[in-house]
Design a protein around this ligand. Structure first.
Ligand code: ADP
Ligand code: UDP
Length: 238
């Protein structure tokens, strides 16, 4: 599949057109940003890890019954995906309090929930991705009630599956962000990426952070953490 014109350059990926109007190529960069683009940097090798991890996880999820945009890995940094119209929601699932949840509600990081929480942010950089509820999403016509229900069901299914998979790798899945999109026939599929950029992953024994929080919080060892989780996942799959 030949890469054609650059359609979009985001903070972490570039998106290219292909000969097929229903397919895109995403190319993962080593660029890292945090706090709505305020903090910028590079995480060497991140693009390769995020591409390969996301593809591995999406293939597993597909088998587990969650439809995804994944078609084929083209190179270490590039993947052919089904083109979707992105539902402008960041769908966040949490198992343990951390990040903005801890800050907003005054809950210590590490408090374990009895059941996963699901929240939506309106994906809009100019507004700083504000937290919204289901009725706000409907009022803004971001999705239909049926689509929101499908998204909710898939997001919790993804959580059940990935929590188990990561636990078999000695890793705790604290929280993560998903994006969904519509194929041309309206089918909702999981899109974008699942990686240490979009998940909080803690070592099961030490609770050491193995994700983008090391970059956000200037903790050092960012590259090592990304490599560490990827190699645990590879070992699990071997
Ligand atoms: P951002 O836009 O937040 O800077 P990225 O750098 O990751 O993020 O850019 C990738 C863009 O591609 C995102 O806007 C994402 O919503 C979009 N995207 C991801 N998967 C697909 C897909 N299958 N079809 C169309 N757009 C997609
Ligand atoms: N997340 C993401 N992109 C965003 C916001 C959040 O991938 O734009 C992920 C983040 O990595 C974490 C989860 O979603 O795994 C929950 O993030 P949170 O709301 O705590 O926000 P943050 O602390 O990142 O501001």
């Amino acid at each position: 599949m030949e890469q054609k014109e650059l359609l979009y350059e985001g903070k972490a990926k570039k998106v290219y057109a292909t000969d097929d109007p229903q397919q895109l190529i995403v190319a993962y960069k080593d660029d890292a940003t945090a706090f709505n683009g305020l903090k910028k940097g590079t995480i060497t090798g991140k693009g390769v890890i995020n591409n390969q991890m996301s593809n591995l996880l999406m293939q597993r999820l597909e088998k587990a019954g969650v439809p995804t945009h994944y078609i084929q890995e083209l190179s270490p940094r590039e993947t052919l995906v089904k083109k979707v119209s992105i539902v402008p929601l960041e769908v966040i699932v949490r198992n343990i309090a951390a990040g903005s949840f801890s800050k907003r509600y005054g809950v210590d990081e590490g408090v374990v929930f009895d059941a996963p929480t699901l929240e939506f942010s309106y994906k809009n950089d100019d507004l700083g991705d504000p937290l919204i509820n289901t009725s706000h999403a409907l009022a803004l016509k971001l999705a239909t009630p049926e689509e929101l229900e499908t998204i909710r069901k898939y997001a919790l299914q993804v959580n059940d599956f990935l929590k188990q998979l990561w636990s078999e790798c000695g890793v705790i899945l604290v929280d993560f962000k998903l994006e969904f999109g519509r194929l041309s026939d309206g089918t909702i599929v999981l899109a974008d990426e699942i990686s240490p950029d979009t998940c909080r992953l803690w070592d099961e024994k030490t609770h050491e952070k193995l994700d983008k929080d090391r970059f956000r919080r200037d903790m050092g060892g960012v590259e090592d953490a990304y490599e560490q989780v990827m190699s645990r996942l590879r070992q699990h799959e071997a």
